[in-house]
Design a protein around this ligand. Structure first.
Ligand SMILES: Cc1cc2nc3c(=O)[nH]c(=O)nc-3n(C[C@H](O)[C@H](O)[C@H](O)COP(=O)(O)O)c2cc1C
Length: 353
């Protein structure tokens, strides 16, 4: 039975609110009455993540997860799902057909689905232990080969905080990563109102930090200040909240496109579940990002040995053969986060995308 426009609107809304690196929402959604396509949009900017980068695939995995959960909630079915379909649009990451089990409108309360409450909280968390049952609950989640693991013991948390500091120290010396971050920053209300990018109102910025952030947006200036070790200071600041715990979730999976999409689905499933349980979550992509950059050749020559050491140290802390996709800081919130925004449905669901 064909789905109604109202049901499609629910699915596209669920897709629209997915998480993406730097909130860049590199997607368009196309529905032609029978088939849904999730398309990658290449903004062509230097340093932006490409269609095959794990960051992009994790985000698309999150879109697939949200659409799947909303399909369940509205009584419709995704079928003939295929990733990177041959002979289709070259930017098509996922395609499926959709059918309704029964005719009619979605439930009136579809906007209260937990997927719309999933969010990032970059503020400090309370010094309060996480519930014991969470370890088993997260370990039971799986998507393909993707798995997540909650770490609450102090040595593991400190070990990963050290790796986040190492990754971050590499990141702040990486020109491409720096200019991509600069392009995503939204420093004013007017900039944030565009609906994409990183609204600095969602950051945890101690006094003076916003001016420092503005001052170091230019790569030549950052590179100059790095000569006196600014990257070390920034890396310590970034790792500090991780160090304070109380917990971290590692999302791992198989290498490759399907592995990354699965990890993205699982990431969002675990994240939504944690938020539903009243817990705050902040992703730290910097460790996997530096390891992936090592593979795609975007770590500068002089930093390669350090990035290799990071890869080895991270591998040593993971099950054999697992690819690390994400580190999440998890804890009870002290304060609610400022929520990030999105492009409008008409901007992302353009029929001619
Ligand atoms: C692949 C990926 C990488 C991310 N990396 C980071 C990160 O390193 N630090 C961070 O604070 N947030 C990170 N995020 C969170 C996004 O910035 C966030 O999801 C986006 O801004 C939308 O906000 P929301 O999660 O509140 O909906 C990442 C998200 C994804 C999907």
């Amino acid at each position: 039975m064909s789905v109604t426009d109202q049901v499609i609107e629910c699915l596209l809304e669920a897709a629209r609110w997915a998480a993406s690196a730097d909130n860049m929402q590199p997607w368009r959604f196309r529905w032609d009455g029978a088939t849904l396509r999730l398309l990658f949009i290449d903004d062509g900017k230097e340093g932006a993540f490409g269609i095959d980068s794990p960051a992009t695939l994790l985000a698309f995995g999150g879109v697939i997860e949200n659409v799947t959960r909303m399909a369940e909630a509205t009584g419709c079915q995704l079928y003939e799902a295929v990733i990177f379909p041959a002979g289709d649009d070259k930017n098509c990451v996922f395609r499926c057909r959709i059918d309704a089990a029964a005719p009619g409108a979605p439930r009136a309360d579809w906007r209260t689905h937990p997927l719309f409450s999933r969010h990032t909280n970059r503020l400090p968390y309370a010094d309060r232990a996480l519930p014991d049952e969470l370890v088993g609950e997260l370990a039971a989640l799986a998507q393909g080969e993707a798995r997540c693991r909650l770490l609450v013991d102090a040595p593991s948390v400190q070990r990963w905080a050290g790796l986040v500091r190492e990754g971050s120290s590499l990141r702040f010396r990486n020109r491409l990563a720096h200019i991509a971050l600069d392009a995503s920053l939204r420093m004013t209300e007017a900039e944030a109102a565009r609906g994409d990018g990183l609204d600095v109102a969602t950051f945890f910025l101690p006094p003076g930090a916003k001016s420092m952030l503005s001052y170091t947006r230019s790569w030549p200036r950052m590179a100059m200040l790095n000569r006196i070790g600014l990257y070390k200071l920034f890396a310590s600041i970034e790792a500090d909240l991780v160090r304070k715990g109380p917990g971290l979730v590692l999302v791992t999976g198989a290498a490759g496109r399907q592995g990354a999409l699965d990890a993205g689905q699982l990431l969002v499933r675990a994240w939504t579940r944690l938020n539903q349980a009243g817990l705050a979550v902040q992703p730290y992509y910097v460790v996997p990002d530096q390891i992936f950059r090592l593979k795609d050749g975007t770590v500068p020559e002089e930093a390669r040995a350090e990035a290799l050491a990071l890869e080895r140290a991270s591998q040593a802390a993971l099950p054999a053969g697992a690819t690390l996709y994400m580190v999440l800081r998890v804890g009870y919130p002290k304060k609610p986060a400022v929520r990030s925004r999105r492009l409008t449905l008409s901007e992302v669901a353009a029929a001619d995308a």
